[in-house]
Design a protein around this ligand. Structure first.
Ligand code: NAP
Length: 271
């Protein structure tokens, strides 16, 4: 008899991940007999992990978080050319024939809360140049944004991303003054529980600017509180977290998440 089908989230560290809570909430709500786990995988164990799971017919796949989103591309099939576009994978799916493919649901999840806005030609500022920043810059390039300022600790990495996504802009240090951007996105780990805070002076932003923080642990970050204090519109990491998870859930379990339950999920996430 076959064991329970399962998916999981892998990363290093992994204890902060909210993915098990979200996927288990949806599995319970839909009455699907399956499990969703958390696996602490260090970088030197990533290749062995993928090989071992590849042989497990109960494994539906995994979500991928810090620091594996780029490295995992070397270990799985890439039918959607994620390497040549976003350049980072956050969802790995085992196909019934045992092949393992990678995709990225972060870009769509990030863009969903901005979909009603006209960002064509708008100046934007992005903090960070890691895996999440790749999804952000890919989506912003598709939205036709104007001048892009990337604030990052490692400038060369950020310059490479501007080139990769064909964006016009510049790279500045984390403590440089912000430009008058219409949208400020934090896609770095700064402000996350256990990480240093992201201390930015938001005064150069126009009064109608939007501040979007991808960090979801906590959901209300210091950056968003500073933006609130300035009366700016804010977007927290919840919609992206749920949006990217919903696409992955469909790939793992073949069902859409239940509708109308997001408020319950948000309450669980902030508890
Ligand atoms: P990552 O690939 O490890 O990149 C981390 C980024 O943060 C890099 O740009 C890194 O700078 C910067 N950084 C880390 N520690 C720093 C420090 N002490 N000082 C200065 N800069 C530092 O991680 P990721 O996957 O992009 O994730 C980044 C954040 O986005 C995390 O908080 C993650 O939880 C969040 N996220 C949220 C969602 C969502 O659905 N809401 C989805 C994906 C990610 P360097 O380039 O200099 O190394």
């Amino acid at each position: 008899m076959s064991a329970l089908p399962y998916a999981e989230v892998i990363g290093d560290p992994i204890s902060h991940s909210k993915s098990p809570l979200i996927h288990k909430f949806w599995l319970d709500a839909l009455g699907i007999a399956a499990d969703y786990r958390r696996a602490h995988i260090k970088p030197d164990a990533l290749a062995a992990y993928i090989e071992q799971r590849r042989a497990d017919p109960d494994w539906r796949g995994c979500n991928v978080t810090i620091p594996h989103k780029v490295a995992v591309m070397d270990l799985v099939d890439d039918p959607g050319d994620i390497r040549g576009t976003i350049g980072a994978m956050n969802t790995i799916v085992r196909q019934p024939d045992g092949s393992v493919i990678g995709t990225n649901t972060d870009a769509a999840g990030f863009y969903a809360p901005l979909a009603e806005l006209d960002l064509e030609g708008a100046p934007v500022a992005v903090v960070g140049a890691g895996g999440a920043a790749r999804a952000v810059l890919f989506a912003l390039a598709r939205a036709g944004v104007g001048h892009v300022t990337i604030l990052n600790r490692s400038p060369l990495k950020a310059m490479g991303l501007l080139a990769t996504f064909g964006l016009k802009g510049e790279v500045v240090a984390l403590d440089a003054p912000l430009p008058p951007a219409a949208l400020l996105v934090n896609s770095s780990s700064l402000g996350m529980k256990g990480q240093p805070p992201l201390d930015l002076d938001l005064s150069p932003l126009p009064d109608d600017a939007i501040v979007y923080d991808l960090v979801y642990s906590p959901l209300r970050t210091g950056l968003l509180e500073t933006a609130d204090a300035r009366g700016l519109d804010t977007v927290d990491g919840f919609d992206m977290l749920i949006g990217q998870a919903a696409l992955a859930f469909e790939l793992f379990f073949g069902a859409s998440p239940p509708e109308g339950r997001d408020d319950e999920l948000r309450a669980l996430l902030v508890a």
